[in-house]
Design a protein. Structure first.
Length: 266
């Protein structure tokens, strides 16, 4: 894989938005960065399951630099299956690799040695994923457990706090981040996809997010895409109000893209 470089002056602009290089020994939760690339119409991809490249070379290198500064990178199962990502860091001279985290409540992923994320781990260019699932340990498929463990990954069963109208399990983000902290992961970079991002933008989870970094590409994808748009909320009188807003905002151009940094209002 081709190594990437990220200019020191650009890294300095992002430093206030990143987890400390030496995290505190005692902490009650990981440092969480929510980051993703979007079009001008707030789309992550052209359609569900369709891999869509939005980031230019500069912002792509920035993403890998962000990975180098986090202990783990987290995506949902739909993103894994749509993109087959390597989930590693390609910054030249990176001291370590982030641990991939897959949110897969119903075990939709059947790990195989040919999966890119596992190929990368075998080559020593990344780490095997930890898979968070709502399936109990006693019910995990033995073949999948073996494949993951042979590569250095594992399943982490956690409690599902609720089921949506579609009958699918949902996780409480506080439970997710607590489970990862117990694995020694002190900083988490949440990368997507749409359901993951929109759920984390719900007001009840704003206090769990320390930093938001959004790459905005100069393109419209059109209707029918996977959109970042959290559920509408209302005030006590039933009047719609904004679901989320950033504060302490800064904007940084990277090639043709613009990167927006900020913090969620609690």
């Amino acid at each position: 894989m081709e190594s990437l470089t990220f200019p020191a002056e650009a890294a300095a602009l992002l430093e206030p938005r990143l987890p400390p290089s030496q995290p505190a020994t005692l902490t009650h939760r990981p440092f969480v960065t929510l980051t993703f690339a979007t079009s001008l119409d707030s789309s992550l991809s052209l359609a569900p399951g369709v891999r869509t490249r939005l980031s230019g070379p500069g912002s792509k290198a920035m993403t890998h630099y962000l990975r180098s500064r986090h202990a783990a990178i987290l995506i949902g199962i739909s993103t894994l299956q749509a993109d087959s990502p390597a989930l590693n860091c390609r910054i030249a001279g990176a001291a370590s690799q982030p641990r991939p985290i897959i949110i897969d409540p119903h075990l939709r992923w059947k790990p195989a040695a040919t999966d890119k994320v596992l190929e990368v781990s075998r080559l020593g260019h990344g780490l095997a994923p930890y898979v968070l699932t709502g399936v109990e340990a006693s019910s995990l498929p033995a073949a999948s457990v073996t494949v993951l463990e042979q590569h250095g990954g594992k399943y982490i069963p956690i409690a599902a706090t609720s089921s949506g109208p579609d009958g699918r399990m949902r996780f409480d983000w506080a439970v997710v981040f607590d489970a990862l902290l117990r694995e020694g992961l002190s900083s988490i970079m949440v990368e997507g996809g749409g359901q993951i991002i929109n759920s984390l933008l719900e007001p009840k989870y704003h206090t769990l997010v320390d930093s938001v970094i959004v790459t905005i590409a100069p393109t419209w994808l059109g209707k029918g895409g996977v959109v970042v748009s959290p559920d509408r909320i209302q005030d006590s009188a039933g009047v719609p109000v904004p679901a989320a807003r950033l504060s302490e905002v800064s904007w940084h151009p990277f090639g043709e893209d613009v990167v927006l940094c900020g913090k969620l209002h609690a």
